[in-house]
Structure formats: structure tokens, C-alpha cells
Design a protein. Sequence first.
Length: 394
Amino acid sequence: MTTRENNKNIAVDAQQIIDFIRQTFNEPSDFIGLHEPRFFGNEKEYLLECIDTTYVSSVGKFVNQAEAFVSELTGRLSIAVANGTVGLHIALHALGVKHGDLVITQPLSFAATSNAILHAGASPIFIDVDDQNFGLDPDKLRAFISEQCVIKGDHCFYKSTNQRISACMPAHLLGFSCRIDEIVEICNGAKIPVVEDAAESMGTSYKNQAVGTFGEYGVFSLNGNKIVTSGGGGFVVCRSEEDAKKIKHLTTVAKVPHAWKFFHDQVGYNYRMPNINAALALAQMENLERYIVAKKKLAKKYKLFFKDYNNVKFWSPSANCQSNYWMNTVEFRSKDERDNFLSISNGQKVMTRPLWELINTLPAFQHCKTISDEHARRLQECIVNIPSSVIDYE
Ligand SMILES: *Cc1c(COP(=O)(O)O)cnc(C)c1O
């Protein structure tokens, strides 16, 4: 690896890393958060406009403008929703995922990825992540489908239980993209639609195409910890007018438009993004490109710092991935070294976090089938995220 060429075989210790973080954030003693929102733009102006016009709730111009912004950013149709989790749920629902089905996903992700599968009535079936990017491993996916599944008519079935596999939901984590083109190609061949969990990845591209736009549906989150935030919120993106209409209808209580009549043609969901959140979303997204520039700069500083050390690896995106640099990520050689760093840094008010506990080990998911998870297990033990808020904003 080129970053190891000048490696002097020296180890960095926890205190040196913490000192570097404090110096980089120009914060000698106070708390440093992992990822704090920044409001440099039109946030206050747009929010005041909501209040002045009384349009704070389920309709308003900012919902339309925020959707148009995401369409422009991704080249896809876009529907604003209340958060990323419900976006994932409604995408699965729209695909016809139902009770008794299986949905392929990865054990390493935020719990919401798999929660949405349970919300749709289906069960996740876990396939390992790629140890180069934290996303679903296409090679393991291919092997699973060819060895353990059968395609009958328009559907794919898991041979050992004869359950239908009605979707595949890979996640793009921390700003890294999974090999989504390969995943979509494999799934297309097996008649499995793909919903991309791009919750953390607004602004990330893979081979110069926005993530979230490779599968049938893609979902972004604008929760408070993401690269841009609407307080709470999300967007579902899709290709066809028909799919977009379906999502809009389902997320707006399935009310058939009429001047005064309340007629709902199916069980709908109140999954709308309120106008007041959309106002915040729009103002934040207007600065997305500038945030990415600032975050890329920070990642570069970290990369330089870690370059000479052999006991901590700083993760950089692959050449195919144009990252949004959401979360700076380092890897320790062992769980012990990782835990030592977590304890020292958090003890000194520098917020650092491990990856999520593997979803297939959580109580709600222990009954679900795991096909493979060895990379996920190793990464879960050795990875730490370090402070990543926007600094150097110009
Ligand atoms: C944040 C997140 C979600 C859920 O988004 P919310 O808006 O918080 O509901 C889903 N998946 C991943 C990977 C996330 O990071």
C-alpha cells in the first residue's frame, strides 16, 4: 500500500491521536463531538418564512423545492419522507415485500436497515460485508444466490426454507460506497429488486454516479448526525414516474386527491416530511458541496497524520468512490487496542465511537438466518470513528 511506503514501523499511541484531534479542531480542552450539524446558510431565513406564512406542516413550497434539489443532485425522481427508516420501509412495501419473505442485507449497519425489513413483515437474511468498503460483498452474494437459491418464474427462493427473496438492501456506510453496480447486476439476474440504504451517503458517488440511483429505490437520511440535516427527514429516489407516484401516495396516507373529500384507497402511512423540516433540508443541501470540500480537507489531514504509523490504518475511499467524507474511520490491530483508544479518548471528552453491534446479534434478529459475517465481525472489533464535523468552511 502506498501509504505504508514510508512506514518507519513506529506506533502511534492514543494520546498522540487525541492531541492531534484537539489541535486540528482548535479545541484545547472542551468536548469535541463526533459529528455536529453546522448552520452557515439560509436555515434561519427559510425557517422564519415557514412560521410567517404558517406553512409549517405537511404541505408547503419547501417540500417541493427540497425534492427538486434532490432530483437535481441525483438525476432521479425524489420524494421527501419523515426519516430514513420509513423511507426504507416504504420502498420495501412498494416493491411488494410482505410477511414471510426474506430480504438480503448486511449484518454490519445501523439497526434501521434491518428494522425496516421487519417493519415490512419480512425477515433479513444476512450476508457478509466487503472488507474494503463496509458494504454488502458482491462475491459472497453471488455465491449465495448460485448455491443456495433457485429462480422460479419471476421470483427467487431460498432453497432451504422455500421462502421468497423479495428484495436486497445493501448499505453504503460512513461515506464509502459498496460495489453497487455488481450487486445490482447479480440481483437483476436473480430477479431481486435492490433498495439502496444510502442514508449516510448524500453526495457520495460510485463510478461517478450518485449512490442511491443504481437500484429500484435509494434512500437518504437527514437525521441530525448525517452530513446534512433537516432535524429529522429523508428522501426516497427512484426512476419511474409510476414508482414516484406510488411512494408519494403511500406516504401521504393514500388519500385520493379531491377538493374536499377524504377518500383513502388503501392503508396509507403518514410518512411525510413537514415543510419546516424541508426548509431546513433545503438550506443545508444548498451547502452540501461546500461541506464535502471541507470534510475532504479534514480527511486529508487525518490521512497525513496516520501515514507513518503501522498500528492504526486510516481508511480512504477506493478509486471508484467519490466519497462525501461523512465519517473519518480508523482501524486498530486488535479489539484490545481499539477498546483502549475508545476509553482514553472518550475519557478526555473527545468523542469516538466503535461501529454498531452486528445486527444479527441483537435480540430482535437472533432468529434470522446468517449466511456469513466474518469480515463484519473483524471490522466491528477494530474500527473506530473519530471526530468528523465540518471545519475550515469557506
Ligand atoms: C441514519 C441511518 C438510517 C436511518 O435514518 P433515520 O433518518 O435516522 O431514520 C438507516 N440506515 C443507516 C445506515 C443510517 O446510518
